[in-house]
Structure formats: C-alpha cells, structure tokens
Design a protein. Structure first.
Length: 330
C-alpha cells in the first residue's frame, strides 16, 4: 500500500521549519510513519487558527473539532515538524496540547526518514509531537495545540507560515477553517489585502473558509514588512516611498493606528520637526542617528516646505488613523 508523505513541499529559498495541522500516524518496526490519507472515519469538522505576531516570535494556537460517526477509535495523533530546504533553522518552543480541555503529555518522535514521495524529494518529515487520542463513539472530540515559533526570513520581510494541508489526512473535507492574525509588531505590517480578510480590531484580522479540501502542500503564509521600508543595503530613507510617491488606501490598509502615526510623523522628522511628544522625540532621536543624514531639529521648520506628495500622504495617514480610532475605540 502506498504511503503518502504528508505536506512537505516548501521553497528551498526559504530557511525555516514548517509546522502543520495535527495528523495521525502508525508505528512499524519501531518507526513512526504517516498513515494513509483518508484511512479513517474521523472527520475534522472545524479548526480555529490564531496566530499572534510578537517582536521575537510568533505564537500559534489551534483549536480542532473532530467528529467520530462510528465506533470508539484510538489513534496516534501527531503535530509534525518539517525540514525546509538547506540550512533550515526554525524552531518551535513551549509546545502544549489538550484533549477535551485536559492537558496531555506527548512524545517527541522521529519519523522514518526513508519515507519519500514520488513527486518531491526534499524536504522530508523530521519528527512529530505525538499523543494518543481516543475518539468516543458517535461523539465530538475537541483538541488544542499551542506553541511559539521563530520567524522565517527573506530579503525584506519576516515570514509566518502554517501548513494546514495535513488536515486532508482525515475523512472528508474540513468543514470550517477560521484564521485569526494578530499583529503586535510595532514597526512591521502584515500584508492581508485579500478580500477573504476582515479587520476585526485595530491589530487583528480574520478569514473564514468552508468545506476545504486541501492538498498536502497547502499553507497559510504571511509576510511581516517594515512600515518604513527600511531595508538594506542603503541607509534610511533610501527606500522610504512616502516622500516621493502618493500612497493608496490599499497600501496602508494593514497598518495599525500607531503605525500610521509613526509613518506620518516620519515625514515631519525628515524635515527636522521638533516633537513635543516625549515618545516621538525619543523614537526619532534614537533611530535618526542611523539615517543617511542624522535626524536633527530644524529651527526653521515649516509645513510650507512639504511637497504636494508629502501633504497628500500626511492627510491620507491622518484620515485612516481617525477612521480606525472611530471604528475600534477602546
């Protein structure tokens, strides 16, 4: 019987590990091996994926709801780890899991590395956090996993990735998937411009998908990018666009209120504005030391010196700040 490798393709250009939906395994000769997809009557009715982006890591909490239409079944259920390209270095930590509200122990088990897939050669399953779950007869079972992860990186962004395709190993389609992304990064926005995403708070977005039948390689992927476009190799403001190009509402639609305020005031800082706010004064005095031309107070500062593009962008940022404050007043 052909054994299919669960969800392991990812571009070798990215160097981070990938983490996935719970799937189920069997042991053969002491080795942990992925079970055949669909070789169970257990259905994944729903999952809620909550991703919280913090400065040093991102945290993922996933709540699953399974339905067992038949007799009581006990399965080895694992949360798999994937080797992703050459030099993959991502790590997860503080992993925890629950079944029906009860915290469970788990084992960190290696997966048979001789497993391969005819379509792909690399990367391969590495290991999984495995626990035994009993699905009661004709009942609903709720499970939960939570962990923290390092970010992946490319040239201009940090990468958040969650591989949900392993959910296809359960019977039928996934009834409902809810994804919530919360951004607590002070100076990075997360691009979520698809129509699937609805903003539900200043720093939080939600998307809902129904009757999903994923392939093993399907992922939710998010990029966290600098609100200042402060990329190398040139010093700021080499790539800062808001002094030379008009912004659009779509471009800044994923900025938080405070991020809009910071970008708007960056235009002022580039003209040498003397900030009265201690927070802004300290921020620009500190960061401005590393600009191509160090931030210094201009005693002759005047808003008349702003270009028409700068005036346009300042007004756009301010309008969006006001709109969000009105909608998501605390």
């Amino acid at each position: 019987m052909k054994k299919r490798l669960i969800c392991y393709f990812i571009s070798c250009l990215l160097s981070f590990n990938l983490f996935a939906n719970d799937t189920y395994f069997f042991t053969s000769g002491g080795n942990l091996r992925p079970a055949d997809d669909g070789n169970t009557s257990i259905q994944m009715n729903e999952e809620v994926i909550h991703i919280v982006c913090e400065p040093d890591y991102y945290q993922v909490t996933v709540d699953f709801e399974f339905k067992n239409p038949g007799k009581e079944t006990s399965l080895s259920v694992g949360f798999p780890f994937f080797e992703a390209g050459i030099g993959g270095h991502g790590k997860i930590f503080d992993f925890e899991c629950w079944t029906n509200g009860r915290k469970e122990d788990y084992k960190d088990m290696l997966i048979d590395r001789s497993f391969s897939n005819s379509d792909f050669d690399s990367p391969k399953l590495v290991n999984a956090y495995v626990r035994q779950i009993t699905f009661a007869e004709k009942s609903v079972t709720r499970t939960k996993v939570s962990y923290k992860s390092e970010y992946g990186h490319d040239d201009n962004s940090r990468i958040i990735k969650y591989l949900y395709g392993t959910g296809s190993s359960w019977a039928n389609k996934i009834g409902k998937i809810t994804v919530i992304v919360e951004n607590n990064l002070p100076h990075e926005f997360i691009s979520l411009q698809s129509e699937s995403w609805k903003r539900i708070a200043d720093n939080k977005w939600r998307a809902v998908f129904y009757n999903t039948e994923p392939s093993y390689t399907d992922c939710f992927t998010f990029n966290a990018q600098s609100i200042f476009h402060d990329y190398g190799p040139k010093s700021f403001p080499a790539y800062f666009p808001y002094t030379t190009k008009k912004a659009s509402a779509e471009q800044i639609s994923c900025y938080t209120i405070n991020q809009l305020r910071l970008v708007r005031n960056t235009i002022y800082a580039l003209h040498g504005y003397d900030f009265q706010s201690p927070e802004l004064k300290n921020f620009f005095s500190d960061w401005g030391r590393y600009w191509s031309e160090e931030y210094k107070v201009n005693p002759d500062f005047s808003e008349d010196d702003f270009s028409e593009i700068e005036k346009y962008n300042i007004q756009l940022f301010k309008s969006e700040e006001t709109r969000l404050e009105s909608k998501f007043a605390r």
